[in-house]
Design a protein around this ligand. Structure first.
Ligand code: NDP
Ligand code: 8X3
Length: 257
């Protein structure tokens, strides 16, 4: 049975989709376990949401690349709030735009370790607690980059194709248990993502110039909707793009002058 006030753990809650999802689910009465490396941001968010909505929150520092950091964060959050029902494995990034033969180890490792290993580590730590709670929902945040590829995006796309494989596998593995598995796969969204990737505020802003791109709140709404559906419905995969983006890459984008 779906609890009235599910306990939701979100990684990467210091910005973008993670922060927006925390805000929307708090307004729905969910209790929140929020994590990121910039712990001061998640702490401020957790305090604000607890104050505004009267929900229980836990904020912790977590680096999803690191097993002991993830295990400690998940265990402390679930202990503080008294269980765990929903996981939003959102923390991720793109690092640079390098051709495959040019990519530095540092960028490759950042993407593969965060986007693939970090997601596995988060779910591996959380799943026993979700099972104990007797009802759950696991969200992967994939990407259109898990459905297509583009030049300079080889490793990022490989990591998001990896996320798709993980979501599909977990759904098979959990079939028969009261735990749903959903992958939300966005296209271009204006968050801190491009700034992190390009390390240049102007280039990042230009990427979305003339486009009404997705915002964090749009992806939060996809999570809210999938979660709110009747129990027998599992949204496997939601590919979500703004109206101005017709292809899975930036190959067909309507950019106003
Ligand atoms: P943001 O850069 O705005 O947010 C990324 C979040 O991930 C931050 O909270 C960051 O927190 C966290 N994060 C990154 N690395 C780690 C780490 N090692 N440990 C813990 N937290 C980490 O980007 P978005 O919100 O856009 O991205 C969220 C997810 O959505 C990512 O998986 C991304 O690949 C995916 N995505 C983004 C799209 C876009 O166009 N924006 C489109 C499709 C998918 P901190 O730095 O504080 O640790
Ligand atoms: C982010 C979307 O097109 O920058 O996952 O790869 S894209």
């Amino acid at each position: 049975m779906r609890p009235e006030h599910p306990i939701v753990l979100i990684t990467g809650a210091s910005a973008g989709f993670g922060e927006a999802t925390a805000r929307l689910l708090a307004a729905q009465g969910c209790h929140l376990i929020l994590g990121a490396r910039r712990v001061e941001r998640v702490q401020a968010l957790a305090e604000e949401l607890a104050r505004t909505y009267g929900i229980k929150t836990y904020a912790g520092k977590v680096d999803t690349r690191d097993t002991s950091s993830v295990n400690a964060f998940v265990a402390a959050g679930a202990a503080a709030l008294g269980g765990l029902h929903v996981v939003v494995a959102n923390a991720g990034l793109a690092s640079g735009l390098h051709k495959i033969w040019e990519i530095p180890d540092e960028d490759m490792e950042a993407m593969m370790r965060t986007n693939v290993e970090g997601v596995v580590k988060t779910i591996r730590a959380a799943l026993p607690l979700v099972r104990e709670s007797g009802w759950g929902h696991i969200f992967f945040i994939g990407s259109t980059a898990g459905h297509a590829t583009y030049e300079g995006g080889g490793v990022y796309c490989a990591s998001k194709h990896g996320v798709k494989a993980l979501a599909q596998t977990l759904r098979l593995e959990l079939c028969g248990e009261p735990i749903r598995v959903t992958s939300i796969d966005p296209g271009m969204a204006e968050t801190e993502f491009a700034l992190v990737r390009l390390q240049d505020a102007e280039k990042a802003k230009n990427l979305y110039k003339g486009i009404e791109a997705l915002a964090g709140a749009d992806i939060a709404e996809c999570v809210r909707w999938s979660l709110a559906l009747p129990e027998h419905i599992n949204i496997d995969e939601l590919i979500v793009k703004c109206r101005d983006q017709a292809s899975h890459t930036m190959g067909k984008v309507n950019r106003k002058a």
